[in-house]
Design a protein around this ligand. Structure first.
Ligand code: SF4
Ligand code: SF4
Ligand code: F3S
Length: 402
């Protein structure tokens, strides 16, 4: 992008300079699979004189989803919220409270019919008329039902709002369900799962909707494809260790200290779709994401995995990511949908590989594979499937060998 392309934009976006903001929008555009030049279009959309209104409702939540936004930078979410969008109602962040907050919500909805973005965090209890979560004396279920049809787009942020999350875990005493289930099929909800979700996935989605006035491409679970089309296992920097058969077996053991694969500690990366290894988390520096810090992924964003599968259970290894198509798991085994190729693209950085033992490929093979993207993709796919088979067919023997 050249400076002349965006000179017509304001000098500053809140605390952020025009140049930095356009750069941020450019990176967001690339993250969404759009050309870098689209960054200017995105910046233009958010720089419009009338700030786009956002109404944020909360169901059964822990505030973590709001908290995750408050920890972003480049630009800070404070900038995004307070200077670029008009956050007309947010139960935690709004200055007014009580009747004044309710009045602000109603006024904004009335004045911006069809133009505001509705965000919901937290699951919605439907048991006993939804009495277990109320706002202003009314069940959130009712408020959501009456607000969503008037919105330009509805975004469910976090696993609770996307598929029920923690409140829906068995025995689910409040009848907690995701926003989509409350709203039915007529209204499509964009789900951005995660506990909490990556704030940049949320920011990118908001920017996309505001810029293009339509929803981004979604998968079968209504998750933006740009963020959820690949398994964590595909982009993980510990993947060469997995392929070479080098696993941490206990927290703090030699394998764990050396950055080996966390599969045998229960890592659910092989069955969780998310962009955590690429997008990273928390702006705390390099490799700041759960697996990068030595913690197995527990599948927080994946329905049927996070808060459902036992933490130490071994993940299934046979999920495919068809190009441009949602995956589908059917009885009798996973199936590809749409005939796309198995997508396994290695990451551009790797955890250190310095140990010669292992029962898979040799160190040299892995090092070469790491440098040759195409070769690595093929080798990784074959080894992953082989290891998956080993677990399924002779899991007990494999464990004994360790
Ligand atoms: Fe909290 Fe996680 Fe639910 Fe977000 S998804 S409200 S962080 S429990
Ligand atoms: Fe990474 Fe987990 Fe896959 Fe190992 S199992 S490569 S730690 S995502
Ligand atoms: Fe959640 Fe796993 Fe990413 S636990 S944050 S989906 S690495």
């Amino acid at each position: 992008m050249k400076e002349k392309d965006y000179q017509h934009l304001p000098n500053h976006f809140g605390m952020v300079s025009r140049r930095d903001f356009v750069k941020f929008c450019g990176v967001a555009a690339v993250g969404m699979g759009l050309p870098l030049s689209m960054g200017v279009k995105i910046a233009e959309a958010v720089a419009a004189p009338k700030r786009p209104p956002v109404i944020w409702l909360s169901g059964q939540e822990c505030t973590g989803c709001s908290e995750t936004l408050l920890r972003t930078t480049h630009p800070t979410v404070e900038t995004l919220i307070l200077d670029l969008i008009s956050l007309d109602y947010h139960e935690t962040l709004s200055t007014p409270s009580g009747d004044m907050a309710e009045a602000a919500r109603k006024k904004s909805i009335e004045e911006n019919k069809g133009k505001f973005v509705l965000v919901i965090d937290g699951s919605i209890p439907v048991k006993d008329g939804g009495i277990y979560c109320q706002s202003g004396g009314r069940p959130v279920m009712e408020i959501l039902k009456e607000t969503a049809p008037l919105a330009m787009a509805v975004i469910a942020i976090g696993s609770c709002a996307s598929w029920g999350g923690i409140p829906s875990a068995s025995p689910n005493p409040t009848g907690a369900v995701p926003a989509q289930e409350v709203l039915g099929e007529k209204i499509k909800v964009i789900n951005i799962p995660g506990c909490p979700p990556n704030p940049y996935n949320f920011l990118s989605t908001v920017l996309y909707v505001l810029t293009f006035k339509k929803l981004p491409d979604l998968d079968a679970q209504n998750r933006p494809m740009f963020a959820f089309r690949r398994l964590i296992h595909e982009g993980c920097e510990r993947r060469p260790h997995f392929d070479a058969g080098r696993f941490a077996l206990e927290f703090g053991d030699e394998g764990h200290r050396r950055g080996w694969c966390l599969y045998k500690l229960g890592c659910k990366g092989p069955e969780t779709y998310n962009n955590c290894p690429e997008q990273l988390f928390g702006d705390a520096g390099a490799r700041s994401w759960p697996v990068g810090t030595g913690c197995p992924c527990f599948g927080c964003s994946e329905k049927g995995v996070g808060f459902t599968a036992p933490i130490v259970a071994l993940a299934e290894l046979s999920h495919y990511t068809p190009a441009g198509q949602p995956y589908k798991t059917e009885e009798g085994g996973p199936k590809r949908v749409g005939g796309g190729a198995l997508r396994l693209t290695p990451p551009d950085t790797y955890a250190p590989i310095e140990v010669t033992e292992g029962h898979g490929a040799s160190t040299t093979t892995v090092a070469i594979a790491a440098g040759l993207a195409g070769v690595a993709a093929g080798a990784a796919a074959v080894t992953a499937l082989k290891l998956g088979k080993e677990k399924t067919d002779t899991g007990a023997e494999a464990e004994k060998k360790e």
